[in-house]
Write a protein of this length. Structure first.
Length: 337
């Protein structure tokens, strides 16, 4: 590593010592999560050559068939984070209940939530997937941590991020003071700083949504997408492009990297469900990153980060990205009330 590159560890130490942005315990937690993501990246990259593709023959709490790599990624994150002394408990998309730190280890002040391998349905087709994580502070004076302690609005997050396993292994992180990007230097086996102060362009010509659900959306979303499709001759006065990878980390990474608006809205296929994506370990961490990069993240008329969770695996509608577009979507939802 040349002396001009800054490793994740060095950057985190500077955030702690120079800027006072984080305490040492949170720095060490983020380093543990990053270390786990490197191990997951290595497993994902091996893929079929290591016989770890395909179904694990089990289902998760969501009733979804687990891939072998889902289980591997989940186990790596649990093992890497339970002995460090920074956490009181963890919650995972792959676990029905919270994972309380075993009594044989010291317990810390943070709660860690994660989707260990988001987009894993894309594993067999070699499309970018990733790990999404969120960190909350455990309320003071709690001796027995329970799922209720995780039910905090997303604005309470002290850190959030994701790691993409694609052409590069990229860690995108916020500690509440902007968005920073690190790229895995596989020759050194360490994350190196590649971008600071990431900003999402306020306007965009690119939307990201699964168009096959068009007939199921609520009218405000149908109106917004229809106007995009009308292009320069329509009310928006400009042509739009569409992208849909079907892997949230890949789609949101594109929005952070070049602007755009990502939507997974409520639809009438399951009217009692707020949306497909999970609030605590998908919508909230991504919403914090997007807002920290100058974008907006709404669940219709409500800011995602203000939603008061009522259950560990609850879902939320998600519309996030370039502020002009998300503000227009919010306006259409308000007009429809
Ligand atoms: P659909 C992956 O399964 C996921 O949870 C997100 O990563 C992704 O954005 C979404 O679902 C894709 O859903 O309905 O288009 O397959």
């Amino acid at each position: 590593m040349s002396d001009t590159t800054i490793s994740l560890s060095r950057w985190l130490i500077e955030q702690e010592r120079t800027h006072g942005h984080i305490p040492g315990s949170l720095r060490l937690l983020i380093e543990q999560v990053a270390r786990a993501c490197k191990r997951i990246s290595h497993a994902v990259n091996k893929g079929a050559s290591a016989g770890i593709m395909g179904s694990a023959g089990s289902e998760n709490i969501q009733g979804e068939v687990q891939k072998k790599l889902d289980v591997i990624a989940n186990d790596v994150l649990l093992e890497a984070n339970e002995w460090g002394g920074h956490l009181a408990a963890m919650a995972s998309e792959e676990l029905e209940r919270i994972h309380v730190i075993p009594h044989r280890y010291p317990r810390g002040e943070y709660l860690l939530m994660f989707d260990p391998l988001d987009g894993s349905s894309n594993i067999e087709v070699n499309v970018t997937i990733g790990t999404i994580f969120s960190v909350l502070h455990l309320a003071d004076g709690v001796s027995e941590v329970g799922p209720e302690h995780f039910l905090q609005p997303g604005r309470q997050q002290v850190a959030a991020g994701y790691c993409t396993y694609g052409p590069q292994t990229t860690l995108v992180l916020t500690l509440g003071h902007g968005v920073t990007v690190f790229t895995l230097d596989s020759s050194q086996g360490s994350f190196v700083l590649t971008q600071e102060g990431l900003r999402i362009p306020e306007s965009t010509r690119e939307f990201s949504i699964n168009m096959s659900n068009l007939r199921h959306w609520a009218p405000p979303v149908q109106r917004y997408i229809d106007e995009c499709l009308q292009g320069k001759d329509g009310p928006r006065g400009k042509d739009f492009n569409m992208r849909w990878v079907g892997s949230m980390v890949a789609d949101v990474h594109r929005v952070l990297a070049r602007g755009g608006v990502f939507l997974y809205p409520w639809d009438r296929r399951e009217p009692d469900r707020a949306g497909k994506l999970r609030l605590l370990y998908e919508a909230n961490p991504m919403a914090l990153l997007v807002e920290q990069a100058g974008g907006m993240a709404m669940a219709g008329t409500e800011r995602i980060l203000d939603i008061q969770p009522t259950s560990l695996h609850q879902r939320a509608a998600v519309m996030l990205g370039s502020s002009e577009e998300v503000a227009l979507l919010q306006k259409y939802h308000q007009e429809a009330q």
